[in-house]
Structures are given as structure tokens and as C-alpha cells.
Design a protein around this ligand. Structure first.
Ligand code: FAD
Ligand code: SF4
Length: 466
């Protein structure tokens, strides 16, 4: 079609040229001067000139038409190209439309599924709410934390505002010359003066380099912790009171959970969140450590352990801590130093088992892919349906890994010297000048972290002792 319409004007123009030449040729053959034309008739010369002029015009039009044809050719080529592009675009959008239609169908199905699950999730959340009385972020006395994760072994930048950064320097500042701090100084024993009333006469201690230290004072306040204070009292031969008895702890075991997304659980405080269940007797605390410490507590042996450590950044752990009964006791170990005698009783293991089962359910609902128990036998759960595996392992107290950072008791506070070591003024029953003030005076385990209570007790005791 395009070729025909383009050659059409060329042929028509050529025809016109021949016709014009045909008119002109006879006039060129004349060699006799023509007679003047009658009036009103155009002379031959004039006609020839006009014909030549027409010929020139036509020739010019023909060349113009050729340019136009070339332009049209170009335009048509452009249109063809556009047509190809448009066709490709149309195919693409048809494919996109098909994909979108499929996606929408998928979303609609998924939405339907989610709506179906909504009710059960709501019910489950209601159950969790009724299981957890309180959930919050742990607030700690830390300033400008760098998030290095080494809190548990002390902050070398001084950002964790422990006693070393606060109470001790404040005491030196507020009582200049009256506060002397001896570091690396171990109290070996306190010597009781003979006769009544009983008094501590002298305290003997040893510095790290072996030098002995003797302290004579009006008043002695022992604050060596649940294990340390009991042991010093035992070493000092304090009698007539149940020294070291009634020891308890917050007994803990973690569940380690893997998530698809990185958790960065090691950064900052090792305990960042806590939860208190409605059922009394245990608490939840998130818990994580820098790699080497975490490796010590990572479930699994050999390759399994290696695999778990490789997932370090995707792991987080939550511990269940159970406030145990006060059936433990501190003694003098045969090998020297303090002996801690504590075998978890079934009642406390059962509480731990319930806590771990509830915790496992919470972790799976939060999106955990797998959850591991810290035990001698490797116990890994792939879904909440497997939570029943926990109980038999936990109830066998020899299989599960248990730990505590919260020893308590041993020198319980109370009015009866048969059942307590210190009286309500923190004074050892029967002694005039010996006091104990630390976690060892707790008659029973707190279940939650003890430090605030220890500090609160110190404030309370100070007024009674001073
Ligand atoms: C790793 C870890 C993390 C913890 N995190 C928290 C937490 O986040 N929140 C919380 O509330 N609790 C926490 N706790 C528990 C808390 O630290 C203790 O409950 C608390 O410090 C107990 O206070 P205390 O005064 O009874 O004993 P301690 O704080 O243990 O003080 C006893 C001191 O006496 C010294 N001592 C012992 N024997 C002798 C001796 N013969 N001569 C001289 N000195 C002696 C010890 O070296 C020690 O410095 C944590 C415990 C650990 C181990
Ligand atoms: S994470 Fe702990 S040790 Fe590290 S900077 Fe913060 S307070 Fe200090």
C-alpha cells in the first residue's frame, strides 16, 4: 500500500513532463520567423516561455515531492518501531496483570486463612495475658552504655554504676580520712572474746600478697554474701545459732530460641526484659552473653554445639528462675573453703517445668523456629506441639543444667535463735557487736533478683546498727 501510494505521484508528474515537452518540441522545429499572431492570440514565444516556466515549476514540485516521500519513509519507519515497542509493552502489561491477578488471589486466600486464625490467636493471647501478670524492660543503673555486652563481668568503662562507682567513692568523699578500703583482702575468721556477753574481739584477714591484717573495732558488720558470710561465721566458730542453714536460691534454667531475623541479644544488658507470671514462685528473664560465656551454656555437644554457635546472632535466651525452698545449707568443705549443699526438690523442679513449658509456648508464638533446653541430653523442640518433651527432662534433676547467681539465706533474720541467726536489728543472737547484713539474712528466696532488696535492707539496717 505504501509503495503504491508513493510511486503514484512520481508517475503522474512524469506524465505531465512528457505532455509539456510534447507541446514544446514542434515549436523548436520552426526555422522561419513566425508571423505576428492576430490580436488577442498569444505569440509562440510567449507560449513557449510559459510552457518552460510550467516545466520548471513541475520539476521543482517533483523534487519537493521526493523529499516529502523520503520524510514519509522515515516517519513510517519510526511508526513501525513505535508499533514494535507498544506491542512489547502490551505483552508485558498483560503478563503483569496476570501476575497481579494471581497475587491478589493468593493474598485473598492468605487473608482468609489469617482471619480464620485470628480467633485462635486472640484466645491464645488472652490465655498468655492471664498467665503473665507483668512484662517490662529491665531498668538498670547504667549511664551512656556502649552496648558491649560485658555487664556480667563488670564494666571497664565505668558506665555501669555499681558500688565501685557510687557508694564506695561517695563514702570516701563524705567521710574524708575515715573510710579505708582494702581490696583483695580475705577475712579468715573473727575471734570471740571469752565470757559473757559475747563480743568479737578481733578480726583476722589476709591480703593477696600474703600479709596478715588485724582489725579491732567496736562494731563488726559482716556482708560477705549468702555463701561467704555463712562460711566466715562457721570459720569463726559462732555457736548457738543455725549458721549456714536455710540456704535457698533463685534456681534458673534457660530456653535458647532461634529466630529467622537477627536478634543481637548480646548487645547491652544481659538481662533486658522480664516477665512475672500470674502463678507465684517463678519469673522469666531474658539472658544472653558474649560468645565465649554463651558457648559454656550453649545446648548440644560437638557438631550440634558448633552449629548452634554459628547461629549465635539469631539466638536469644530466656531463663525461668524459681525461688526454691530453703532446704540447702552451707558447710565447710572437706577440700577447704565453703561447701554448698543443695539438691533441688521435686516441688521446685515441677515449678521449673511449668515455667519452661509456658515460656516455650510464648517463644513459639513470638516466631521461634526452634527452642532448645540446656540439658545433658540434647533436647530441641520444633514447635509448641513438642513442649511435652520438657517435663521428663526437667523432673530428672540430674539431666537439666541448673544455675544460680542469686544465692540467699544461711543466716536468716528472725526473733527465735533456734531458727534464725540474726535478730531484727541484724545482730547475731547472743552477740553484742557482730552484725550481718546481706542476702544471707533472707529467711526465704525472693524469686526475683535480690540486689534492690539487699540495698534496701542495708539502708534499713544502717539506722539500727549505727
Ligand atoms: C553475674 C551476676 C549477675 C547478677 N545480676 C543481677 C541483677 O541484674 N540484678 C540483681 O538484683 N541481682 C543480680 N545479681 C545478684 C546480686 O549480685 C546479688 O544477689 C547481690 O550482689 C548479693 O549481695 P550481697 O551483699 O549479699 O553479696 P555480694 O554482693 O556477693 O557481696 C559479698 C562480697 O563479699 C566478698 N567476700 C566474700 N567472702 C569474703 C571474705 N571471706 N573476706 C572478704 N570478702 C569476702 C565478696 O567478694 C563480695 O564482694 C547478679 C549476680 C550475678 C553473679
Ligand atoms: S553493656 Fe555493660 S559493660 Fe558494656 S558499656 Fe554497657 S554497662 Fe558497660
Amino acid at each position: 500500500m505504501a509503495a503504491i501510494s508513493r510511486s503514484g505521484p512520481r508517475l503522474a508528474c512524469a506524465g505531465l513532463v512528457v505532455a509539456v515537452l510534447g507541446l514544446a518540441v514542434p515549436s523548436l522545429a520552426q526555422d522561419v520567423a513566425p508571423a505576428a499572431p492576430p490580436p488577442g492570440v498569444e505569440s509562440l514565444d510567449a507560449r513557449r516561455a510559459r510552457s518552460l516556466k510550467e516545466l520548471e515549476d513541475l520539476t521543482s514540485q517533483i523534487s519537493l515531492s521526493s523529499e516529502r516521500v523520503a520524510a514519509l519513509d522515515k516517519e513510517i519507519a519510526g511508526l513501525k518501531k513505535d508499533q514494535t515497542t507498544i506491542t512489547a509493552a502490551l505483552i508485558q502489561s498483560a503478563q503483569t496483570e496476570k501476575k497481579l491477578t494471581q497475587d491478589i488471589a493468593g493474598f485473598t486466600t492468605r487473608l482468609g486463612d489469617l482471619r480464620g486464625q485470628e480467633e485462635s490467636i486472640r484466645n491464645s493471647l488472652k490465655e498468655r495475658r492471664s498467665a503473665l501478670a507483668e512484662v517490662d524492660i529491665v531498668r538498670a543503673n547504667i549511664k551512656d552504655c556502649l552496648g558491649c555486652g560485658y555487664c556480667n563481668i563488670g564494666c571497664k568503662w565505668g558506665h555501669k554504676l555499681s558500688m565501685l562507682e557510687t557508694a564506695l567513692p561517695w563514702a570516701q568523699r563524705d567521710f574524708p580520712g575515715k573510710v579505708r578500703i582494702l581490696s583483695d583482702c580475705e577475712v579468715e575468721k573473727m575471734v570471740t572474746r571469752s565470757g559473757e556477753p559475747k563480743r568479737i574481739e578481733v578480726l583476722r584477714a589476709k591480703l593477696a600478697d600474703g600479709r596478715g591484717v588485724t582489725v579491732r573495732a567496736q562494731t563488726y558488720v559482716l556482708a560477705a554474701g549468702a555463701v561467704g558470710s555463712s562460711y566466715v561465721l562457721l570459720q569463726s566458730g559462732i555457736q548457738g545459732v543455725p549458721v549456714g542453714k536455710g540456704f535457698s536460691c533463685n534456681m534458673g534454667a534457660p530456653l535458647t530460641a532461634e529466630f529467622d531475623t537477627p536478634q543481637h541479644a548480646y548487645a547491652g544488658l544481659q538481662i533486658s526484659h522480664y516477665g512475672l507470671p500470674v502463678e507465684p514462685g517463678y519469673a522469666f528473664e531474658t539472658w544472653f552473653n558474649p560468645p565465649v560465656s554463651q558457648a559454656l551454656n550453649m545446648p548440644g555437644w560437638f557438631e550440634q554445639h558448633f552449629h548452634n554457635m554459628r547461629r549465635y546472632d539469631h539466638l536469644m535466651a530466656v531463663g525461668v528462675i524459681v525461688g526454691t525452698g530453703n532446704y540447702g545449707w552451707i558447710s565447710k568443705a572437706l577440700t577447704g573453703g565453703p561447701g554448698i549443699n543443695f539438691t533441688p526438690q521435686q516441688r521446685d523442679l515441677a515449678t521449673l517445668s511449668r515455667g519452661l513449658t509456658l515460656l516455650g509456648g510464648i517463644l513459639f508464638e513470638a516466631g521461634a523456629k526452634r527452642v532448645m533446653l540446656n540439658a545433658w541430653d540434647y533436647v530441641e523442640l520444633g514447635s509448641a506441639d513438642e513442649l511435652g518433651k520438657l517435663e521428663p527432662v526437667v523432673m530428672n534433676g540430674d539431666n537439666i543444667t541448673l544455675g544460680t547467681g542469686h544465692p540467699q539465706g544461711g543466716n536468716a533474720i528472725g526473733v527465735n535463735p533456734k531458727t534464725s541467726v540474726v535478730d531484727p536489728d541484724f545482730k547475731v543472737h547472743g552477740y553484742e557487736n557482730l552484725h550481718v547484713c546481706d542476702a544471707s539474712v533472707f529467711p526465704s528466696s525472693l524469686t526475683v533478683n535480690p540486689q534492690l532488696t539487699v540495698m534496701g535492707l542495708a539502708h534499713y539496717a544502717a539506722k539500727r546498727i549505727a
